[in-house]
Design a protein around this ligand. Structure first.
Ligand code: ATP
Ligand code: MG
Ligand code: FE
Length: 347
């Protein structure tokens, strides 16, 4: 069947259509500009924007695919994790469509969607693979077997900030525009990655090899900026951005490649918004090539939040014969990533 995926966990409203692993069409609307003057996503603004965008993005995805509503055979929606009010808009839309069309509904984990995004470009995931999820809210190393059936093994997570959060927060301190991650990436093009010796957190001999920490790096970058300001010197933003990006990319790729080697896994998959970072991509390529590991990274447009990735995991669940969600399925804003399907039932 054609699976419609709906995503509304944060500030992107996404709709995607996937059949048998193939992306037929997708559309994304973002309320990013409305949050810019607040320096971060405002939950109430995001939820309202989803209300306005939900129907148009579904229609745009259908138009791109050359399909109509009656072609939809199943609906998948992000039920968590994310902002509660934002999630509820997408879930309400998905329930309405599934009920009206008489098709099954699947509630899926947002991060399983990020992982599944890569299958739209590179085909089925090998079993097993190591997955590095790096996004605005998460930084985790996972051991993934069959994404639609098996429990996901967490090798390690971040103790504090996510890598994307580190980019976003340091960008503010550097006076770069919102959202910070892409702005750091752009600024870094003209900078020297060796200009500032920022720390490589959690890479010491006593540190857990699969655990991350980015709050210390964030503080180090803020102190570096403060020292320039206090001395009345202009801030060399490009050098700071390049050095920060190098430190983040170094830690992420070092640990991810080490996990592949340690567990004897031949494929590394890097997903989530920070997988769009140019240095994370190039350093992952260099290090995987040196270690004889196959690297898979989704194309840029499928790294950040979108509906195609939710349709992709929905399609995998449908084909695996997973149980659909009941129509009273509720959102779970802090859902742990254990299985791709998330079906908490409203109390
Ligand atoms: P989560 O998936 O953890 O719930 P999210 O959905 O908000 O969080 P994504 O949309 O996956 O996150 O990714 C957004 C994050 O990716 C932001 O922190 C953003 O700054 C970062 N990001 C996007 N592009 C780049 C880039 N080129 N370089 C660095 N960071 C980037
Ligand atoms: Mg976003
Ligand atoms: Fe995301």
């Amino acid at each position: 069947p054609v699976v419609l995926g709906i995503e509304s966990s944060c500030d992107e409203t996404g709709a995607g259509l996937v059949r048998e692993g193939r992306l037929l069409g997708h559309a994304v609307a973002s309320s990013m500009d409305e949050h810019a003057r607040f320096g971060g996503v405002v939950p109430e603004i995001a939820a309202r924007a989803h209300v306005h965008a939900a129907t148009p993005v579904v229609r745009r995805a259908l138009a791109e695919a050359g399909l109509t509503m009656s072609d939809i055979g199943a609906v998948a929606v992000t039920t968590g994790p994310g902002l509660s009010g934002a999630l509820q808009v997408g879930v309400a839309a998905a329930k309405g469509l599934a009920y009206a069309l008489g098709v099954p509904l699947y509630g899926v984990h947002h991060l399983a969607g990020h992982v599944a995004a890569d299958t739209l470009e590179h085909g089925p995931l090998p079993d097993p693979c190591v997955v590095l999820i790096v996004s605005g809210g998460h930084t985790s190393l996972l051991l993934v077997r069959d994404l639609a059936r098996d429990p996901i093994v967490h090798l390690g997570d971040t103790l504090d900030d996510a890598a994307g959060e580190c980019f976003d927060k340091v960008a503010r301190v550097f006076g770069l525009p919102y959202p910070g991650g892409p702005a750091v990436d752009r600024a870094a093009r003209d900078g020297d990655p060796r200009a500032v010796a920022f720390p490589r957190p959690m890479t010491g001999p006593r540190d857990d090899p699969w655990t991350f920490s980015f709050s210390g790096l964030k503080t180090a970058a803020a102190r570096w900026a403060e020292r320039h300001r206090a001395a009345g010197r202009p801030l060399p933003v490009a050098d700071g951005a390049a050095s920060l990006q190098e430190a983040v990319a170094d830690v992420l790729t070092r640990k991810a490649v080490a996990a592949c080697t340690e567990y004897g896994v031949g494929t590394l998959v890097v997903v989530g918004g920070v997988a769009a970072n140019s240095r994370v991509r190039s350093l992952a390529e260099e290090r995987c090539a040196a270690a004889g590991i196959r690297l898979r990274v989704p194309p840029l447009r499928l790294c950040t939040d979108n509906g195609a990735m939710i349709a992709a995991i929905g399609d995998l669940l449908v084909r695996a014969g997973a149980e659909p969600a009941p129509l009273n399925v509720s959102v779970d804003p802090s859902a742990p990533l254990e299985y791709a399907a998330l079906h908490p039932v409203a109390a």
